[in-house]
Design a protein around this ligand. Structure first.
Ligand code: F6P
Length: 562
């Protein structure tokens, strides 16, 4: 068989790539944000973009008009639009698995996307079921058992949309094959009041199957009889679910990647938490971003701009990681979700033809909700030896001020007095806290950019400094280099619609950098080797047979058995 030839030029084979190298040496390496703002009073408006639901300030990034110009040339030369259109048309862009990549079809309005009939048939059935569960007062606890893409999406979205949730239902997520995970969740649950969702695209994943078996045993041992009522599956493998004893299952298709699956039946926990209308709004928000990605000119196309920035930082500045700092407690799990989305998609070392890449791909994506991160690792961001671009996410109106939040209480007259009094009494304090949250967010990106010279530090008082310490030495410790880049994404409010748009923004941004790097962003062979070796080690842990193992693994195995 002949090797496939690349359908589109890889980034490093383009004229724009060479031009970017020259530009980086001449202007990029020594670019100074403070000077750039001083030179151009219109920099904020020149480098900010409004996409559906998301306003992005890119002005605190290490780029100028020329950088952007060359990056946009790079996108054109790599055939980014053609690659995007091929994905949206349902071509098998996941080449190593011969699959289309059509998570966008899951959020297209009825009759408008590919596979619309099948997609909406499952969606209708899934939402009807979700509403039944919401109305069923006997079911109070919903346990989603799944891992990776069958866990992280719903686990991230459910708390993010807590202001819209049915508070009579508690949602739990079990993923780890460490039994402590499910044990902690099952403690205190009543089998008659619990619904288990077994979420697995393949219905073969070791962790999920082990947890599902534990859940079923727990259910039957505690007198549960109606497995059909208390277990439901979301999977492409309905026959395996049926063999497990599950009667109700909601399907999806091989063209939905695990890490892109929250829009499919895998979103069932979200639909149960927030209801059909809000789930539809989540899909609609993502669809709005899909339209933007598909049609906005490249220079105003936010996912494209973010993907280009990622290439600029990874391949020219050689930054190896990016930190995500959502200043909204509901988005606390967003960094974990984005780790899978980006690192499983773009953590690749060969291009689509199998050729080894001579440049870096996925950065390490990591982070924590603000302000917590400030009191943990921001020290390193400000004064460490590595530059880490930071992505701040701020929400103008807090979730605790959204009218929907107290909707249920407001609906009942007997409850409204209490809720109203509570809301009134605490509104000022909550508003004040939100102002503090936003001020912290703005201050961090400002501090990263501005820095502080040793001279400035020398002129400041430092009451906690050691008495007698040389002021010059202290000033070195108290100075900040600054010129550290960040992007700020602003949402007006965290709603199902805006969250849908935000997640889709990230999906398309990952597509953009992957397309330029010439990699397949939609397979994940890198998780296979560990799985295979685990299966070989399982019987050895039982038998103690270490023959043929490397000395380290053999030694550890013996210690674990001893
Ligand atoms: O980690 C590998 C992976 O295949 C992910 O891509 C996927 O989201 C996860 O495992 C779970 O797979 P499944 O939904 O088939 O249980």
């Amino acid at each position: 068989m002949s090797k496939p030839s690349p359908a589109y030029p890889r980034c490093d084979a383009t004229a724009a790539w060479a031009a970017l190298h020259g530009h980086f040496e001449a202007h990029g390496r020594a670019f100074d944000l403070r000077e750039a703002f001083a030179r151009d009073p219109a920099r904020f408006s020149a480098f900010s973009v409004q996409a559906p639901e998301v306003f992005a300030d890119l002005s605190k990034n290490l780029l100028d008009t020329a950088t952007l110009h060359f990056l946009l040339d790079l996108a054109r030369e790599c055939g980014l639009q053609a690659q995007r259109d091929a994905m949206l048309r349902g071509e098998p862009v996941n080449t190593t698995e011969g699959r289309a990549v059509l998570h966008t079809a899951l959020r297209a309005p009825r009759g408008r996307g590919l596979h619309s009939k099948e997609v909406h048939a499952v969606l209708d059935a899934m939402l009807t079921y979700a509403e039944q569960v919401r109305a069923d007062e006997d079911l109070t606890d919903i346990v989603n058992i799944g891992i990776g893409g069958s866990d992280l999406g719903p686990q991230m979205v459910v708390p993010a949309l807590d202001a819209f949730a049915h508070h009579g239902k508690r949602l739990h997520f079990v993923s780890n094959v460490d039994a402590s995970d499910i044990t902690a969740v099952l403690r205190g649950l009543d089998p008659q009041r619990t619904l288990f969702i077994i979420a697995s695209k393949t219905f073969t994943t070791q962790e999920t199957m082990a947890n599902a078996a534990v859940a079923r045993d727990w259910f039957t041992q505690r007198g549960g009889t109606d497995v059909a009522r208390h277990f439901v599956a979301t999977t492409t493998n309905a026959s395996a679910a049926a063999q497990f004893g599950i009667r109700t299952s909601f399907g999806f298709w091989d063209w939905v990647g695990g890490r892109y699956s929250l829009w499919s039946a895998i979103g069932l926990p979200i639909a149960i938490a927030v209801g059909a209308k809000n789930f539809q709004a989540l899909l609609a928000g993502a669809h709005a971003m899909d339209r933007h990605f598909a049609s906005a000119p490249l220079a105003q196309n936010l996912p494209v701009l973010l993907g280009l920035l990622d290439v600029w930082y990874r391949n020219f500045h050689r930054f190896t990681s990016r930190s995500v700092a959502p200043y909204h407690q509901g988005l606390a799990r967003l960094p974990a979700y984005l780790q899978q989305l980006e690192m499983e998609s773009n953590g690749k070392r060969v291009d689509k033809t199998g050729a080894a890449l001579p440049f870096g791909t996925s950065p390490v994506v990591w982070g924590e909700a603000g302000t917590n991160g400030q009191h943990a690792y921001f020290q390193m961001l400000h004064q460490g030896t590595d530059v880490v671009p930071v992505e701040f996410i701020a929400v103008k109106t807090p979730s605790h001020a959204q009218p929907e939040m107290h909707a249920e209480l407001q609906a009942g007259m007997h409850a409204v007095t209490h809720a109203g009094m509570y809301a009134h009494k605490h509104a000022d304090k909550h508003a004040n806290m939100h102002t503090q949250l936003l001020a912290n967010c703005l201050a961090q990106s400002q501090a990263l950019m501005q820095g502080k010279t040793a001279e400035q530090a020398l002129n400041e008082k430092a009451p906690t400094a050691a008495p007698g310490l040389d002021p010059q030495v202290l000033a070195q410790h108290r100075s900040f280099p600054g010129n550290r880049p960040s992007t700020t994404l602003l949402l007006d409010a965290l709603t199902p619609h805006s969250l849908g748009a935000l997640i889709a923004l990230y999906e398309h941004r990952v597509f953009t950098s992957g397309a330029l790097w010439g990699i397949n962003s939609f397979d994940q062979w890198g998780v296979e080797l560990g799985k295979a070796l685990c299966n070989q080690l399982l019987p050895r842990l039982a038998s103690g047979d270490t023959s043929g193992l490397d000395a380290s693994t053999a030694g550890l195995l013996q210690r674990l058995r001893g």
